[in-house]
Design a protein around this ligand. Structure first.
Ligand code: BDR
Ligand code: CA
Length: 312
């Protein structure tokens, strides 16, 4: 497998943090160009700090963390600390990371990476609101056709939403940004709730994480235990879904996922259904679709991949 040059644009976030651990533990597959952070699950200063905490636990201070957008494009910020804790990292013991943020803005870093490398060479995984990528597309529209794959966690089709009846959180938090990205012509692979709800940290899988004695696995275990509590409170004890790690798993092992070409539009006008993703499978020319929607995941194999990487 060739090594994918990757930017991870995130809002850690308990499951973003697990996604970062998975990526940090995969240097043979992923050349991590940068982590870029955005306001989302918690405010922008905390998501950047959290990315640096996870980077330090993983021992990957070689990867720069750039701070990005402080607020969504149009809407007021919608914080999700009820799902992620006040710190954004659940019960994990947070600390002041040693290495600082990188100089410069996340949006500029994205544009520079994409424009200075060959077309198709840089992919991006987006695990938070898409504000940074939308701003980058507005500042430099040429990145749309120079990006490799944009792998996003966001949206819902057959599943209802998880923040409102209609909308999934990442899209709801910045629907205007999501619409810019989906309409840009970028090659997008979308992991909505239909996909990520298939990949759950069952008690057996959480126990398997506990049995691994690495700093990343120990931190992941703490994050998963926190998420189990959240699920008990909000979802009647269903095992926590591994939303954001699915983006990295797709990059590492796309064969574990089934996708369909779609037309995807985002509701940005109606209050009641704000952030809803209208996902159309019936296309006149499926081969021309720039957006693909994940319908099926081999969840057991995705979790085994996570376990194998956390043990490294
Ligand atoms: C998404 O929303 C966030 O709270 C999670 O980190 C994930 O990216 C799931 O809807
Ligand atoms: Ca996230």
């Amino acid at each position: 497998m060739t090594r994918t040059a990757l930017i991870i644009d995130c809002d850690p976030g308990v499951d973003d943090a697990i996604a970062l651990f998975l990526a940090f533990a995969s240097p043979d597959d992923l050349e991590l160009i940068a982590i870029t952070t955005v306001a989302g699950n918690v405010g922008a200063p905390l998501t950047a700090r959290n990315a640096r905490i996870i980077r330090q636990i993983a021992g990957r201070e070689d990867v720069p963390v750039y701070v990005g957008a402080q607020v969504p494009l149009v809407r007021a910020p919608i914080i999700a600390s009820h799902f992620h804790g006040d710190s954004g990292l659940g019960d994990l013991a947070v600390f002041a990371p040693v290495a600082p943020d990188a100089a410069g803005h996340a949006v500029t870093a994205i544009i520079k990476a994409v424009m200075t490398r060959p077309p198709g060479a840089v992919s991006i995984a987006v695990t938070g609101p898409m504000t940074n990528l939308a701003l980058a597309l507005r500042l430099e529209p040429a990145i749309a056709h120079r990006l490799g794959t944009v792998v996003v966690m966001g949206g819902a089709r057959t599943e209802g939403g998880n923040i409102t009846a209609s909308a999934e959180y990442n899209i709801y938090a910045d629907p205007h940004a999501a619409q810019v990205v989906f309409a840009s012509g970028c090659k997008v692979v979308t992991l909505g709730l239909d996909a990520t709800h298939q990949v759950r940290a069952t008690p057996k899988r959480v126990a398997a994480v506990r049995a691994i004695d690495t700093p990343a696995a120990r931190a992941t275990y703490d994050l998963l235990k926190f998420s189990e509590g959240v699920q008990r409170r909000f979802a009647g004890a269903l095992a926590p879904p591994m939303h954001d790690p699915c983006t990295i798993a797709w990059l590492l092992a796309p064969d574990l996922f089934t996708t369909r070409p779609v037309d995807l539009r985002v509701e940005v006008a109606a209050d009641l259904t704000m952030g809803h993703t209208a996902v159309e499978f019936r296309l006149a020319d499926p081969a021309a679709a720039s957006v693909h929607w994940v319908t099926q995941v081999n969840a057991g194999a995705v979790f085994d991949l996570m376990l194998e990487r956390l043990a490294r």
